[in-house]
Design a protein around this ligand. Sequence first.
Ligand SMILES: Cc1ncc(COP(=O)(O)O)c(C=O)c1O
Length: 415
Amino acid sequence: MNKHAEPALLGGPKVRDKPYPSYNPIGEEEIKRAHAVLETGMLSGFVGRGNDQFYGGPAVRELEQTFCERFSVKHAVSMNSATSALHAAVVAAGIGPGDEVLVPPYTMSASATAIALAGATPVFVDIEADTFCIEPAKAEAALTPNTRGIMTVNLFGMASDLSTLRNLCDEKKLTLIEDNAQAPAAQFGNHFTGTLGDIGVFSLNRHKTMQVGEGGVAVTNDPHLAERLHLIRNHGEAVIADTGQTEHDDIIGCNYRLTEMQAAMAVPQLNRLDELNGHRIEMAEKLNVRLSTIEFLKTPAIRANCSHVYYLYPMLYDEGQLGISRDTFVAAMKAEGVHASNYTYPVHLMPLFIKDNRNHGSCPVTEDIEFNRIVVTNICRPPLGDSEIDEFVHAVEKITVAAPALLQWQNSQDS
Ligand SMILES: Cc1ncc(COP(=O)(O)O)c(C=O)c1O
């Protein structure tokens, strides 16, 4: 490959001229299991009443048991999405109107809307500049008498500072919820992410490492929280009426039930999680080596004693080194046909939360990273391999050589 070729953004040939193959981790076992459920005709085993069917059908229970064994937790409650499970987690913790929950704004919006859906107030706390996770010291500074919990997000596939957050929550009697949608089986010391919080939430949506289209699982070691999660998942008010319980009569139940077919497919996905993560880790380690000499792209920082499972591969771009803006760099990478992008619009600046523009500048690290510095790529996912890494690195090299011409292009766009 010729790194002196004209960049595609300026009319030259693309490094990659075909779309990437789509992500499809569904194997024969998943198909067999889905088929077996279809043949029974029983696509859901749930009934929203106070009897045995309240806990769902055989596949749902098998999935939950498999989660408990895999992550060494006492309870797992599957739901129809991680968004549902995050909302259920906030409500299960007894958090509601008048309460505040600290949350980083650098995340998928559901981490914050789960709090708002419960009637509580998300309070946005800025992130660590190298790991992109909530900064514990800033969380401590944001506490008020109304703070009831912290929703931490293990972003891109790596743990947030879970021990510091755990200690803070224990000391201040707050609930710690881990949004672990992006980091299944990542480790924080000897613990799996998702298991240090009072509740941890996993996602099974179509983009995630384990996927069944849509789905989520909440895990906890607390039987009281587990029971509340079950009630929120499945019409709790009717169940409470049936059983004559007096506890949990505050609960408005939802229908957050996972179908039998999704649960059945999720079991082999979970059994293959090490293999699915392994592919991403191997690809990321190759990228780390290949990008180690590229001064304007910093490869992912890994927290001490933690592992990264690379749901996405995040890099920090340094405009000062290459001379062109992050946006021009990303546009040039996209033009080459390789995957590179910013991450997401910071949640505290979304119209739902911005409130008279008062949030602008309130989380400066997040804003600088998202608007000027982050570059993420999803090329570590299966079935992509060495040739996609070669293409990515080649595109970076082409853009490096062409930076002066790209700067002219950038200036022409600005004027
Ligand atoms: C960090 C994070 N939290 C929550 C979610 C929501 O997951 P789901 O689509 O399963 O509701 C996602 C999904 O993209 C996510 O990345």
